[in-house]
Design a protein around this ligand. Structure first.
Ligand SMILES: [Zn+2]
Length: 288
């Protein structure tokens, strides 16, 4: 069915005008995902920046070529769960099944997974214990919660009196959906906001991580921000690498590579490749 067909069916079904957000996502999805990623790779390469893509495993297996391309370009693929579901709405068993299936799926695709971010940054208090069993290197979503967001360094979670082996990374509040969808910011305002936040973070000597979804940041008008942000961070002495590299290096050396003054981690989740998949997930609530 065409995109407009979906919207019409939606209007019939709800008797409502299709919400603004849908039209926005439909517009973004007019750019093929291959182009979205290409735009990002080019922009990042110009500034020698790395990026991590937490990807829904059910989505990854539909286009393994695109996922392999991410690795070939020197970036990182992480797990974003198997289905894009809110983990707190699942049972403990359901959460673990979804998570384990995501790892299995990537393994079958020949992709090594060392990091995780739960869909919607949705975590339950028992999830660190579950994640610990799977021996990943980093988690990049738990640190979005209000009590961790403002931290300026990696942290461990207490597991019955023992610090977790898994490293948790604070996630900054300035995401692309906040800046573009909610605040209506253009590329210049995004670069300015993120760069200011990075300047502040650089003074701590710690780490700062952003969630900048490819569906928005890979659009031709926004991709340029990735180069501008990375260049700015480099100018301040940042190490702009992948979370895996950063966490492993820090664990061994207790400093940043090349004596960089701080660490910038750019990440962005891949939730779906095409608009119809997005619609199936948000409208018909079919698991995607
Ligand atoms: Zn997501």
């Amino acid at each position: 069915m065409s995109r407009l067909g979906y919207i019409r069916q939606l209007q019939k079904r709800w008797g409502l005008r299709a919400p603004k957000q849908l039209l926005r996502m439909m517009r973004f999805h007019r750019t093929p995902f291959k182009t979205i990623l290409q735009n990002m790779f080019e922009s990042l390469e110009e500034a020698d920046g790395k990026f991590a893509f937490p990807t829904i495993a059910a989505v990854a297996k539909m286009k393994p070529d695109l996922v392999h391309k991410i690795i070939d370009e020197g970036h990182e693929v992480a797990s974003h769960g198997y289905n894009h579901v809110r983990y707190p709405t699942l049972s403990a068993k359901g959460r673990e099944e979804d998570f384990a299936l995501s790892l299995q799926t990537f393994q079958k695709l020949g992709i090594k997974i060392e990091g995780f971010r739960a869909p919607y940054d949705g975590y339950t208090p028992d999830m660190p214990a579950m994640l610990e069993k799977y021996k990943l290197v980093w988690d990049g979503g738990f640190g979005y919660h209000a009590e961790h967001r403002e931290k300026n360094h990696f942290f461990q979670v207490d597991l019955d009196g023992t610090p977790s082996n898994l490293t948790y990374i604070p996630l900054n509040i300035w995401s692309d959906d906040l800046m573009i969808d909610k605040r209506g910011m253009g590329p210049q305002a995004i670069t300015k906001t993120v760069n200011q936040t990075i300047t502040d973070a650089s003074k701590t000597g710690g780490v700062i991580m952003f969630d900048l979804h490819p569906i928005r940041m890979g659009q031709p008008e926004f991709a340029v921000c990735l180069r501008e942000i990375t260049e700015h961070a480099h100018g301040l002495g940042a190490w702009c690498t992948t979370p895996s590299n950063a966490v492993k290096y820090w664990k061994t050396h207790k400093k940043w590579k090349g004596d960089s003054s701080f660490c910038l981690l750019l990440t962005g989740d891949i939730d779906n490749w095409v608009f119809s998949d997005y619609l199936r997930r948000v409208i018909w609530k079919k698991q995607m």
